[in-house]
Design a protein around this ligand. Structure first.
Ligand SMILES: NC(=O)C1=CN([C@@H]2O[C@H](COP(=O)(O)OP(=O)(O)OC[C@H]3O[C@@H](n4cnc5c(N)ncnc54)[C@H](OP(=O)(O)O)[C@@H]3O)[C@@H](O)[C@H]2O)C=CC1
Ligand SMILES: N[C@@H](CC(=O)OP(=O)(O)O)C(=O)O
Length: 346
């Protein structure tokens, strides 16, 4: 039996990726799609400017796009994936949770709220139990859970492997982020071709804060954030998909590059979840990998690629890469949905 799901913000860049990944999916069936008032009432085919290089799935093309309001979403939808602009998410997600819907949301609003689970199923699945704290505090029958920012999710699994084995003291990271991260109209071609932009609003703070929550400890009542020091510098470059990051990690215990690579390569995936890759972190020995064009689609875009692991004075330096709209957005929300289902929250 499959679970009926809905997609809030289904016509957008991430919404389209959600549709691509959910059709087909062995556990979920798309039963409702929503977007802005401009799109409501049209068929999905009419409303969405489809930009993925496989056709719109037939099962979705003729669905009517609904308004993003609980009144318009059928009651037999058990899980909502939310890919709304964060300001819209902030306003409407709580209304859905109040009405009893469970939301796996990709939008950045509420990510660092103390009672909102921010989860990567392979890294901190136990944080999902914050749902009970959230329900007690907010009086909701439903719930909101979040996946992290796409740049954050790229570096956190390798950092989790280092933290578990050697302890993390400090993280410095510089990013090379693809244009799809800004959405279709985020940066114009005149801005980005033959160029690089050394600023992405709010991104550095998200990387510095979300990573500490993700690598924090849940004590049954709250998440105690990890206390490593963190500094991020974020840059937009003219690749289409795939965020590449240069990371320097200072560790508490001494670590060689070989030990760091081994800890990352053997970091477990979530075998029991359909969308988790067989091997979460692939470590390259070639010094010029990972590269966005060559490595972003590994394991259906859900693997993290690492390379260039080198010794530094206080730890190691490495490069990491993930597909920003798959592992970094739609795939991450779906994986959280699979965790919600497995843990009996739907
Ligand atoms: N692109 C990426 O790589 C990543 C994006 N994100 C986050 O995911 C979210 C979605 O991003 P993205 O898909 O790129 O955004 P898009 O702008 O491409 O899509 C936004 C979606 O929200 C709908 N929408 C807009 N305004 C409203 C409204 N007032 N009420 C209801 N629905 C509305 C749009 O509908 P309509 O078509 O009718 O306008 C569309 O379906 C954002 O919060 C973004 O920050 C996170 C990680 C990565
Ligand atoms: N800011 C990211 C994408 C994004 O939308 O992030 P968030 O989910 O934190 O809003 C980028 O530009 O690549």
């Amino acid at each position: 039996m499959t679970t009926n799901v809905g997609i809030l913000g289904a016509t957008g860049a991430v919404g389209q990726r959600l549709i691509q990944l959910l059709d087909p999916h062995p556990q979920f069936e798309i039963a409702a799609v929503t977007a802005s008032e401009d799109s409501a009432g049209k068929t999905y085919r009419e409303a969405a400017k489809w930009r993925i290089d496989t056709p719109i799935p037939q099962s979705v093309a003729d669905l009517e796009v609904r308004q993003t309001d609980p009144t318009y979403v059928p009651n037999d939808v058990d899980l909502l994936f939310s890919s709304l602009p964060s300001g819209v998410g902030e306003a409407v997600e709580p209304k859905f949770a109040e009405e009893g819907y469970v939301l796996s949301s990709n939008s950045s609003n509420f990510r660092t709220d103390p009672d909102v689970p921010l989860t990567i199923p392979e890294v901190n699945p136990e944080h999902l139990d914050l749902i009970e704290v959230q329900r007690d505090e907010r009086g909701w029958d439903g719930a909101i859970i979040k996946n992290p920012n796409c740049s954050t999710i790229t570096m956190v699994p390798p950092l989790a492997a280092l933290d578990d084995a050697f302890g993390l003291e400090r993280v410095d990271v510089s990013t090379l982020q693809a244009v799809s991260g800004a959405g279709y109209s985020g940066v114009t071609s005149m801005e980005i071709i033959d160029n690089a932009i050394p600023h992405i609003g709010g991104e550095e703070e998200k990387m510095e804060t979300e990573s500490k929550k993700l690598l924090g400890e849940f004590d049954g009542a709250q998440v105690r954030w990890n206390n490593f020091a963190a500094a991020a510098s974020c840059n937009r470059i003219p690749t289409l998909d795939g965020h590449l990051e240069n990371v320097w990690a200072d560790t508490s215990a001494d670590v060689t590059p070989e030990e760091a690579a081994e800890a990352m390569a053997s970091y477990p995936s979530a075998d029991d979840l359909y969308s988790s890759p067989e091997q979460l972190i692939r470590v390259f020995e070639e010094p010029d990998r990972p590269q966005p064009r060559l490595d972003r689609n590994r394991d259906n875009g859900m693997a993290i690629a690492v390379g260039g692991v080198q010794e530094t004075t206080n730890g190691v330096q490495f490069n990491c890469l993930a597909h920003n709209t798959l592992r970094g957005a739609a795939g991450a929300s779906i994986l959280n949905g699979e965790l919600l289902l497995e843990e009996g929250h739907l």
